[in-house]
Design a binder for this molecule. Structure first.
Ligand SMILES: Cc1ncc(C[n+]2csc(CCO)c2C)c(N)n1
Length: 242
């Protein structure tokens, strides 16, 4: 079994929970609170900035042009297409993208980005990519599955979001998720490592899968700092807690 197949098999139960999460269900149903959408965008803006840093180090640690090209495509997607997804949420929430930038990191964002950044300091390319892969993998799967469920209807306000990520599954992977470009890097790197090192990378992949679930949870319930100043949303919205 390839390393990527092993990761996908191990991550699928968490992906199933992500598909059942009320935020993801809300994207499918075209119904989410303004607060949840805005909180998500404030945090995802922070998350993507750190993801860009992770990409920069992954690029530095790549040795083949093939790997560099994959990372370059990812950087390009992050800097251009991904803001379209944020703008879709902002439009539905009735606010501008700019108004949601420059906010503090909420606790889960900090934990998730620290998890990725930790691999940059000590890890090899395989560790960095393992921690980063659940990000494109789970979103491509969410987009693809929501399209399979027929949720990208003309009257769903989140259809642009759904189709943007469903397209990443199409373009990048063809038929099977194993072919997502980051999985290709993992499969090329895996034979160089011992089973013990691969298990570490697998653990890191699965922690990122769980953080993906947490990220939806954080936004849905606007889970913020209890005692410190936290996220401020535009006037007219109130942050609620669970
Ligand atoms: C928390 C969180 N996780 C994943 C994504 C999706 N995403 C981020 S970067 C990227 C491109 C990588 O190829 C993709 C698909 C997100 N926006 N926010």
């Amino acid at each position: 079994m390839s390393f990527s197949t092993e990761l996908i098999e191990a991550g699928t139960p968490i992906l199933d929970h992500i598909m059942e999460h009320p935020f993801v269900k809300g994207i499918g149903a075209g119904q989410l609170s303004k607060e949840a959408l805005m909180f998500y965008v404030t945090q995802d803006f922070n998350y993507l900035n750190e993801f860009l840093h992770a990409d920069a180090v992954a690029l530095l640690k790549s040795t083949s042009r093939e790997d560099m090209q994959i990372i370059d495509n990812q950087l390009d997607f992050l800097l251009s297409s991904e803001s379209e997804a944020h703008k879709n949420f902002c439009e539905v929430a009735g606010t501008s993208y700019k108004s949601l930038q420059g906010q503090p990191m909420a606790p889960t964002t900090k934990l998730y980005t620290n998890h990725m950044l930790e691999t940059l300091k000590a890890g090899d390319l395989i560790d960095i990519i393992a921690a980063m892969t659940p990000c494109p993998w789970t979103y491509a799967e969410i987009g693809k599955k929501l399209v399979e469920q027929g949720k990208n209807t003309p009257d769903n306000v989140f259809t642009p979001w759904i189709e943007l990520y469903a397209d990443t599954a199409d373009e990048d992977s063809g038929e099977t998720p194993e072919q997502l470009p980051l999985f290709e890097i993992l499969d090329r790197e895996a034979p160089k490592y011992s089973r013990q090192r691969l298990n570490q990378a697998k653990r890191s992949f699965l922690e990122s899968c769980e953080f993906e679930w947490d990220f939806w949870e954080q936004a849905y319930y606007q889970k913020d700092w209890q005692f410190l100043p936290g996220v401020k949303l535009p006037v007219g919205t109130t942050v609620k807690t669970k």
